[in-house]
Design a binder for this molecule. Sequence first.
Ligand code: KIV
Length: 264
Amino acid sequence: MHTEPEPITVPRLRAMKQEGRPIACLTAYDASFARVLDEAGIDLVLVGDSLGMVVQGRETTLAVTVDDMVYHTRCVARGLRRALLVADLPFASYAQPAQALDNAARLMRAGARVVKLEASANQAEIVRHLGAQGIPVCAHLGLRPQSVHKLGGYRRQGAGEAEAAQMLEDAALLARCGADLLLLECVPPRLAAEIRANVEVPVIGIGAGPDCDGQILVLYDLLGVSLGPVPPFARNFMNAAPDIPGAVSAYVAAVRGRRFPERG
Ligand code: KIV
């Protein structure tokens, strides 16, 4: 008898953190890849605004619109049965609480179960406002690509003592304000481990070392088909399997077995 897989929920991810079960996450932008990821056991699929770079061929994510995100979220939602669907609020779409709510609602109606926004303490009230309306939020800290021009490039964040202390404080604040997940991009592994120990919500890392509750990669980096320079923390899993479903399964096994990323 064919049984439908039990869908992953926000509370389920929190339980995985408590049980010490690593959470395997990847980005996707269309229904067919979403189905491949789902069947390989990926727990969380992110419709990232990285689509501006890997799908649209732009140099940054800044031109991605809410309409773009709604379109790709709908496509991915049709491919998923089990994995939790998270969708990005794109650049300048959550500057004010009312604007953030309107745009988050569009993503939720398109099939997202969680919205992600790039955050520091400045976004704490937005996170609180969305949570109060029943919208789960993932707060993305560290390297925030929507702020690339302010940061002066795609560089590691939180390396200095003061910067690390600020990120630790911001992460705790965002969790207190109701963020259901944190995502840390390109931060020192020791800082990621400290943030993870300091909050009860799951912490997903990308370029943040092995001591996170879960790992995420941009799908096209895993497949070795990205247009631009590939970040040093990415790995091409097509070297580990003869086909795409095999490469995604190899990634899931490596994350679950704590073999990716390697302890450095
Ligand atoms: O947009 C995206 O794909 C992301 C990942 C880099 C985590 O935010």
